[in-house]
Ligand binder design. Structure first.
Ligand SMILES: Nc1ncnc2c1ncn2[C@@H]1O[C@H](COP(=O)(O)OP(=O)(O)OP(=O)(O)O)[C@@H](O)[C@H]1O
Ligand SMILES: [Mg+2]
Length: 291
């Protein structure tokens, strides 16, 4: 997959961009949805690639601990995962694999308890390992599972930004609402970034966003920030079947252009919460400073 990085692809969507300005804080963005199958993993993988092509140093943590399939989507076959680091069997650097466009991937580990019930020595070891990552990264994206299990909540609550993916379907909307409700009431999260995937067009997406924002702002007292939409595009399932990010497989496809736009918007926006980067994220994930 590494060969894709320097390949002739993605000219349309990405290659005209200037590198991101240096010196901004490292950021951690969790991608969550409530409802399954709305496109979290595709959004995560493609935004990661787009950010990398913009000059950001990007790592993706597959936080879908049960059914993680980020690696499949990217045509990768990892042999190790975060679990091996937690067990003290491997160094984090050995577990991280290279994906397209220079994006690094930390494959999924199974068992949330292993993350939240670490012995003090294991905890310190992991934080130590993570510390080394901090200096070599600009963005950590976390792909989460469907539903509102403790895994999803922990990963999303620990990240500085929560990017909620929904589709225009009413069920996606109610599930996104349910997710935000728990994150607001239990973890005190007040701001959410929102993207509408598989929309028929701008009006369809904006109407769905407005419906959700109205109820969420009124009843949950949270703020939703619209980050745009990705159209329904047959190029996406085609790329999934080929195990390539659509952004590289079909750079001129409407979905690719929208995903590249989303990445650009994210680089321009400061993190929602003050962030101590990867180290801070893992500290919170492991039980420190959770509200
Ligand atoms: N913009 C789009 N247009 C058309 N199809 C899409 C689009 N985005 C995603 N899909 C399709 O939707 C399916 C689900 O996508 P994906 O696996 O990214 O969702 P998910 O939210 O990560 O699912 P899960 O909840 O199971 O983790 C895929 O088969 C993909 O091809
Ligand atoms: Mg997924």
């Amino acid at each position: 997959m590494r060969s894709l990085a320097g390949g002739p692809m993605a000219e349309t969507a990405l290659d005209t961009e200037a590198p991101a300005p240096a010196g901004r804080p490292l950021r951690v963005i969790a991608v969550a949805s409530g409802k399954g199958g709305v496109g979290k993993t595709n959004v995560t993988a493609n935004v990661a690639v787009a950010l990398a092509r913009l000059g950001e140093r990007v790592c993706v943590l597959d936080g879908d601990l049960g059914l993680g399939n980020l690696d499949v989507l990217l045509g990768l076959t990892p042999r190790l995962s975060l679990l091996h680091v937690l067990r003290g069997e491997r160094r984090l650097a050995e577990v991280i694999i290279d994906g397209p466009a220079g994006v690094r991937i930390i494959p999924a580990a199974s068992g949330a308890e292993e993350l939240t019930a670490l012995a003090p020595a294991e905890r310190l070891r992991l934080l130590d390992e993570v510390d080394a990552l901090d200096a070599s990264l600009d963005v950590l994206l976390v792909d989460t599972a469907a539903g509102i299990s403790s895994n999803v909540l922990h990963f999303t609550a620990a990240a500085a930004d929560a990017l909620v993916v929904m589709t225009p379907e009413p069920t996606a909307l109610t599930d996104a609402y349910a997710l935000m409700k728990v994150l607001a009431s239990r973890y005190g999260r007040r701001e959410f970034l929102l993207i509408v995937n598989m929309a028929a067009g701008a009006a369809d997406a904006e109407a769905a966003f407005a419906r959700l924002a109205r109820v969420a702002e009124r009843f949950l007292r949270v703020r939703l920030e619209y980050q745009g939409y990705v159209p329904y595009d047959a190029a996406v399932p085609r790329a999934v079947r080929e195990q390539h990010p659509v952004l590289l497989a079909a750079p001129g496809a409407p979905a690719s252009l929208a995903l590249a736009d989303l990445a650009r918007r994210l680089t321009r926006r400061p993190p929602s919460a003050p962030t101590g980067g990867v180290q801070f994220f893992f500290r919170r994930l492991l039980g420190d400073g959770r509200s």
